[in-house]
Design a protein around this ligand. Structure first.
Ligand code: UD1
Length: 422
């Protein structure tokens, strides 16, 4: 197993190229199951989660060729299995994304109940209810969701009780091949959902309401789709993490290949704290603050402040003046980074889903443990300013979602090395 060793206290500077969005790449890969032609996907992030989903597709029978680490060719016209096995699914919760497309295309499938980041209960009940509403008969057998719809899925009105990103994506893909019209009410409107809608629309599926919380989809009644070449949108969470790297070290960093519009809640917050932000069409620059003010964050669905950047901003709060507060509204247990940040000397108190962070403590390097994907990046950020050396263990969490993290940070001037546990 690998770990990261970081020597803190250095200013950063320079440019960093942002990779494609993991959370867009995953539904796009799953949507390849709806595609009858050879599909080319570019700007894929070279991260473990993308490899896991590609492996799952291969296991189902898709033929896959990696043109480069960031580009793939997929042919899915000869799927031989409809069972997404535990051994692959347990590595990544987003594997649930094959449920909608497999069921819509084959009228049956089995998908292992997912594992993934341990950030609360994270059930998949909303995905299951939606498929049932579309006519599927679903049971849980031996840890698998066993779904059957021998006559295909029927278009239906799906009203989500809670806004769910992958749930909306699953229904979109199912509805694309269902018979008749589906209305998705209380749909997620994250940029990753919008990209999936646009891809399906270009493939000939009638979709209305893109970017709103009410989507309308007219299905093709199991006729497979012809996809055009796809380029994955930039990763707004990776971008936000590098903005935080600039912010926590109070340095100037230029991000390339970003869509600033997707990061408005984040850049507004950074401006409020005191940083300079310069946004152009595909670049974002953060410049140092003369004074870093305490701040308040409440995580919500897009376009609100993303839960996936909550941990990174908590690390940043340790370097701001005064008391900041962060309220986590989406995942009840997404605070596992708190105890690890405390090991570095952070002054944080947690009450329910609200963390109060008193800034101004000097962080001191220590051994810490990565617990989930975004929590791990908060530890990397804190280590960049901690005195002495920090060792971050269990970094396979980071490898799930950050492409070439140590290479990108080193190029910005960080002292970061990947080592093997003895
Ligand atoms: C996606 C993102 C993840 C991000 C999250 C919220 C991907 C691959 N992952 O996760 O990075 O943190 O959105 O922006 O895109 N819920 C239920 N039942 C369900 C489904 C969800 O109760 O069947 C709850 C969840 O526990 C959570 C809330 O709904 O409290 C939102 O979760 P959801 O949007 O579904 O998250 P994911 O799609 O899994």
């Amino acid at each position: 197993m690998d770990y990261l060793q970081i020597k803190g206290g250095r200013a950063l500077g320079g440019e960093v190229e942002i990779s494609g969005a993991k959370n867009s790449a995953l539904p796009i890969l799953a949507s390849a199951l709806l595609c009858e032609n050879l599909l080319r996907i570019r700007n894929l992030p070279n991260v473990a989660d993308v490899k896991t989903l590609a492996k799952l597709l291969e296991h189902l029978g898709s033929e896959i060729e990696w043109v480069s680490p960031n580009e793939i060719l997929i042919r899915s016209d000869r799927i031989i299995h409809t069972k997404a096995i535990y051994d692959i699914v347990r590595k990544m919760r987003a594997s649930i994304l094959v449920l909608g497309p497999l069921l819509a295309r084959f009228g049956k499938c089995e998908v292992s109940l997912p594992g993934g980041c341990a950030i609360g209960a994270r059930p998949v009940d909303l995905h299951i209810k939606a498929m049932e509403k579309m006519g599927a008969d679903i049971s849980i057998e031996g840890g698998y969701i066993v779904a059957k719809a021998p006559n295909g899925l029927k278009g239906s009105d799906i009203i989500f009780d809670k806004i769910t990103v992958t749930g909306t994506e699953n229904v979109l893909m199912a509805a694309a091949l269902a018979k008749g019209e589906t209305k998705i009410i209380n749909a997620a409107k994250e940029p990753e959902v919008i990209q999936l809608c646009e891809i399906l629309k270009k493939a000939g599926v009638e979709i209305q309401g893109i970017g709103s919380n009410e989507l309308f989809v007219r299905g093709t009644d199991r006729e497979l789709l012809k996809f055009e070449e796809i380029s994955v949108i930039p990763d707004r969470i990776e971008a936000g993490t590098y903005l935080c790297a600039g912010a926590i070290t109070n340095s100037s960093i230029l991000l390339k290949n970003v869509l600033p519009l997707h990061l408005e809640a984040v850049t507004n917050k950074l401006s409020e704290i005191g940083f300079g932000i310069e946004a152009k069409e595909n670049t974002l620059k953060i410049t140092p603050a003369s004074k870093r003010k305490a701040f308040e964050i409440i995580t919500t669905e897009y376009p609100g402040f993303p839960t996936d950047l909550q941990a990174q901003f908590m690390a940043l709060a340790t370097q701001c003046d005064g008391s900041s507060s962060i309220e986590e509204r989406l995942f009840e247990n997404r605070f596992m980074h708190v105890s690890e940040l405390q090991r570095l000397g952070a002054n944080i108190t947690l009450r329910g889903n609200v963390a109060k962070i008193t800034g101004g403590e000097t962080l001191i390097g220590a051994d810490v443990m990565a617990t989930d994907l975004r929590a791990s990046s908060a530890l990397v950020l804190a280590a960049l300013v901690a005195l002495g050396q920090t060792q971050i263990h269990r970094i396979y969490h980071l490898d799930r979602g950050y492409e070439r993290l140590e290479e990108k940070l080193s190029a910005l001037g960080a002292q970061i090395t990947r080592l093997k546990e003895k």
